[in-house]
Design a protein around this ligand. Structure first.
Ligand code: NAD
Length: 250
């Protein structure tokens, strides 16, 4: 059974070749969805879309911190496809800073991409989803929101990802009656470009020791959860935060 047959999905920050967004796009496409890959670089986004299985995918440039850009790109996709069923707010950045190292510029940058971008993209699709009486919004938070930090993200990253949890629940509450769902995923330590090559052997051993399953997650582990939240399998799930962390919080 293809879980997303006849559905369309927009995924932000999905051009990164080994990233969570790209893996999610691939799995969605395998399950019958048409996917719009949005990212900062037009060529990389187009390349990522061309690489997906199936037909009818598209791509676009969208800096999620730019509200006008979010509104324009979503309007273009709706005009092209006539429907948007799923939005995955995946674009994110992190900075490995300590509390007293964070400048106003650092704070704005991390809050803007992770949290403001999630709001702007959601605002761009919500009127359309509301008018259709259906839709699923999936927001990428992090275990850093739940633990007050991780090995890569600074306190401002934790704050942004915790803000996403609040926003996810507030959106779920406000949109539930209109048939639009909003959920968050909290990935733990996942092997992607954000994490690749940045750990010494000691740091890696220390991280793995804190994961009961004893391994880093894969992008596909996170994509599977996004597929569940995007599809009608999760029709009665809204306002939830789903941990994909190998048991890190047990
Ligand atoms: P990645 O760096 O591989 O991908 C992030 C993508 O976001 C990139 O393609 C980048 O170009 C894009 N991006 C950055 N700023 C943008 C902007 N302003 N507008 C649009 N796109 C922008 O990262 P990843 O590891 O795949 O992470 C994806 C998401 O998952 C992020 O939100 C990240 O915070 C979250 N996350 C990752 C991990 C992990 O261990 N990898 C853990 C928890 C949460």
């Amino acid at each position: 059974m293809k879980l997303l047959d006849g559905m369309t999905a927009i995924i932000t920050g999905a051009a990164s070749p080994r990233g969570l967004g790209k893996a999610t796009a691939r799995l969605f496409a395998q399950h019958g969805a048409r996917v719009a890959i949005l990212d900062l670089d037009a060529d990389e986004a187009a390349e990522a879309a061309a690489d997906l299985p199936g037909a009818g995918h598209t791509s676009g440039v969208c800096d999620v911190t730019d509200k006008a850009a979010c509104d324009t790109v979503v309007a273009d996709i709706i005009a092209q496809w006539g429907q948007v069923d799923v939005l995955v707010n995946n674009a994110g950045i992190t900075q490995p800073l300590k509390l007293m190292e964070i400048t106003p510029h650092n704070y704005d940058a991390v809050l803007d991409v992770n949290l403001r971008g999630t709001l702007y993209m959601s605002q761009a699709v919500i009127p359309h989803m509301r008018s259709r009486g259906q839709g699923s919004i999936v927001n990428m938070s992090s275990v850093s929101a739940q633990r007050g930090g991780g090995i890569f993200g600074g306190p401002h990253y934790s704050a942004a990802k915790a803000g996403i949890l609040g926003l996810t629940k507030a959106m779920a509450r406000e949109l539930a009656a209109a048939g639009v769902r909003s959920n968050a995923i909290c990935p733990g330590f996942i092997a992607t470009d954000i994490t690749a090559g940045k750990l010494t052997d000691d740091m890696r051993a220390q991280v793995l020791a804190g994961i009961p399953m004893g391994r880093a997650g894969t992008a596909e582990d996170v994509a599977g959860c996004a597929l569940f939240l995007a599809s009608n399998l999760s029709a009665y799930v809204t306002g939830s935060e789903v941990d994909v962390n190998g048991g890190s919080l047990i």
